[in-house]
Design a protein around this ligand. Sequence first.
Ligand SMILES: [Zn+2]
Length: 104
Amino acid sequence: METNLLGNPEISRESSNGWVTITYANGITLHEMEEEEYKRFNQKMAEKHDMSLEEYQQLLTDEEKNWCSCEDNHQATYHDDGESDLSDKHCWTCNNCNLLVQVG
Ligand SMILES: [Zn+2]
């Protein structure tokens, strides 16, 4: 049986309209897009950006690399619109790794 990050066991899993609702023993529910639905969604987004699915997935991977994944809460630095290479909008970057913590 699967458990969530806090170690609570999964008690039910229901699928409807491309979404899965997972309920854990502590009463927390999680909504996840089904794999096939997620693929269709990305395919649509790729077409919107005039890209192939592979190009779009690469874009998502590249964007993910711009986000901080430090485990501790480090201090962040504010950047005004256009001042950071990582975002056109104003944003906060982590003082530890210099990656994005928040955009907007
Ligand atoms: Zn960081």
